[in-house]
Write a protein that binds this ligand. Structure first.
Ligand code: AMP
Length: 216
């Protein structure tokens, strides 16, 4: 299964991606996660992307496309992959199509998670991420047992710089202006499947698997 997840920030792409990747036994490739790991490790790539991420802006395509091209050439994609957070504009979608067509392995589907605008800010501003294992919690919807401590690994929970309210506004603008056009791009390619991303995590996963079973 070669799959792309699309949706506004806060739609639950990362959470669903983990479940879907496990269900289909495919690697979960999150460009945001790769960038955050690079920042944590202090690599040159990390230094290059940090200021864009902290401001809620897209990292330049030259950097992101090359990162994805390298990742898609690794040897663990025999069963396919799930891309989360890429592509984020039509230029990236075209680059992805070219990379995959060269490998004669086109996408099977693009799953759009659709969510009402007023839910987005609520979801993002309550999100807390574990500094150690990366697990995502939510102060209201999925709180850890002890505030600011991860139940899984006891790591410290923090609020991503770009989950603060002033940056969320910019991320939503960027989504509307730059990312949402990829929805029509993929509709025209006949790849788009849209599901509602409201409800419990388990409900949404079930909805996704049921919708994807029609294409795969
Ligand atoms: P995410 O974890 O997917 O919400 O991404 C967090 C941030 O990483 C975004 O706001 C961008 O600054 C950067 N980023 C992640 N994926 C991309 C991409 N495909 N193109 C450009 N920037 C990206």
């Amino acid at each position: 299964m070669r799959l792309v997840l699309v949706g506004p920030p806060g739609a639950g792409k990362g959470t669903q991606a983990q479940f879907l990747a496990a269900h289909y036994s495919i690697p979960h490739i999150s460009t945001g996660d790769i960038m955050r790991v690079n920042i944590k490790q202090g690599t040159a790539l990390g230094r290059e992307v940090k200021s864009y991420m902290d401001r809620g802006e897209l990292v330049p395509d030259t950097v992101t496309n090359e990162m994805v091209r390298l990742r898609l050439n690794e040897g663990d994609l025999g069963n396919g992959f799930l891309l989360d957070g890429f592509p984020r504009n039509v230029g990236q979608a075209e680059v992805l199509r070219a990379i995959l067509s060269e490998k004669k392995s086109p996408l099977d589907a693009v799953l759009e998670l659709s969510i009402p605008a007023d839910e987005i800010v609520k979801r993002l501003s309550g999100r807390r991420t574990c500094r150690n294992c990366g697990k995502v919690w939510h102060v209201a919807f999925e709180p850890s047992a002890v505030a600011d401590v991860c139940d899984v690994c006891q790591g410290e929970l923090y609020q991503r710089e770009d989950d603060k309210e002033e940056v969320i506004t910019r991320r939503l603008e960027v989504f509307k202006e730059q990312t949402s056009p990829i929805v029509s791009f993929y509709r025209n390619e006949g790849l788009l499947i849209t599901i509602s991303a409201s409800g419990t995590v388990a409900d949404i996963t079930e909805r996704a698997i049921s919708a994807l079973s029609r294409v795969h």
